[in-house]
Each structure stands twice: as C-alpha cells, then as structure tokens.
Design a protein. Structure first.
Length: 225
C-alpha cells in the first residue's frame, strides 16, 4: 500500500486474480464475449497452476538466483535482474511458478508472478530481451473510451490523455505511473477511473499498474478512502 501525497488516501495494487475479475467491469459485452474471456482466464490460471507444481532448484550454471519462501519458487538470471531493476515485489509480487518453456506460446520461456508474466525474447537487443506479457489484452478486457468532456485540453501534472487507447490517467494514479516506470512497466491504460464499491480503480495493459487495475497492462491500482 502506498500513501498518497496528501496523506489522506492510499494506493494499492492487485494481482492476476483481481485482474481476471475485472473482465466483467465496464459495459456488458454479451454472453458470448464473457464466455470467451472466462475460458481464456481459466486457461491462464491452469497454466500457472501446472507450471507452479513441483518447484525445483534453479538450473545449474552461473546464474544468480533468489528463493522466495512465501511461494516456494526461484527467480534467476535476467528475470531476477529485471525484477530487481523494475520495482521488485511492489510491482510484480511473488513468483507463482518457476521459469519454464510455455508450449501454448511456441515454447516461449516465461515465468508468472502475482501481477505479471515475464517473457524471455533472446533475439531482442538489450535491454529488451525480458518483456512483460500483455495479460489484460489477452484476457480481452475493453472499456469504453473517455468521453470528450473528460479529455483534458492539454497534458499536465494532474491528467494525461493517451490517444493510443483513448483513456485518461489522473491524480495519484498518474503520479504512481510516472514514478514507477511509465509505459515500460504499465503499458497504456485500458480504462478510465472506475468505482468498485468503496474503491476507485483503473486498469492498464501490462502488470504493474496501480489502479492494477493495471486494467493498465496487467495490474490494477486503487484508492482507499
């Protein structure tokens, strides 16, 4: 939980499970779309569950590794370097699996965390070999674009409009976004601010977003009043 600048509210981040529940946020899309999203969400959860069984010692070699007692998994090599350099537990949460070759993604080397999927793309140049999976996009989350009256006339310290996805990031969410990696970590917003009971949330395309909702990429963040 991260305190806001005025000290009156606090910012929190949710993980994959919360991100999945946000499939039903926003305007209804019809039972067919909901069913497809649910199937994909179940598929992702099953992948994490299967890959998380039987965690073993890291592969032999010169890799630097760290073991997380909380979930019983190792993080090694460039995944660990990325994890440490981009915010660690606050952004990604604990590992849910070991690193493994995902047969459902053409044997892409991946590792799942509470709020993200790290992917290994060896053909990319440094520092882009480790990428974040666009889980929110894969889950099919969509929210209506900002209304014309909600779009600021210019971007500033309180509001930033992203024409790429037609959503606005504002206030504490914008502060957190800018201070914790911006587009590289959170991706583009996939919703505007929304109310969930007593919480205000926002989503992004990648993990890491506060409001995860990153529904900004993979994460969701929210204000607690």
């Amino acid at each position: 939980m991260i305190a806001s600048r005025d000290g009156k509210k606090s910012l929190w981040t949710d993980g994959l499970t919360s991100c999945q529940t946000c499939l039903y946020c926003g305007k209804p899309k019809g039972p067919g779309v909901h069913r497809a999203r649910l199937i994909l969400a179940i598929g992702l959860a099953a992948t994490v569950l299967i890959a998380g069984l039987g965690a073993s010692n890291p592969q032999a070699g010169e890799q630097t590794c760290r073991y997380f007692n909380e979930t019983g998994h190792w993080v090694c090599g460039e995944f660990l370097e990325f994890f440490d350099a981009r915010g660690g537990l606050e952004i990604f949460g604990y590992p849910l699996t070991e690193a493994f070759d995902d047969a459902t993604r053409g044997d892409l080397h991946v590792q799942y965390f509470q709020r993200a999927r790290l992917e290994w793309h060896p053909d990319n140049s440094a520092p882009y070999r480790v990428q974040l999976g666009l889980l929110v996009d894969e889950l099919g989350y969509r929210s209506p674009p900002a209304q014309p009256e909600e779009v600021p006339s210019s971007n500033g310290p309180l509001h930033h409009y992203f024409p790429q996805t037609q959503h606005v990031v504002s206030y504490g969410f914008l502060d957190y976004f800018r201070e914790h990696g911006g587009l590289d970590i959170f991706g583009y917003p996939r919703s505007d601010l929304m109310y969930e009971g007593e919480r205000i949330v926002q989503t992004s395309s990648e993990p890491g977003w506060c409001g995860i909702l990153r529904v900004l990429r993979v994460l969701r963040c929210g204000w607690r009043t």
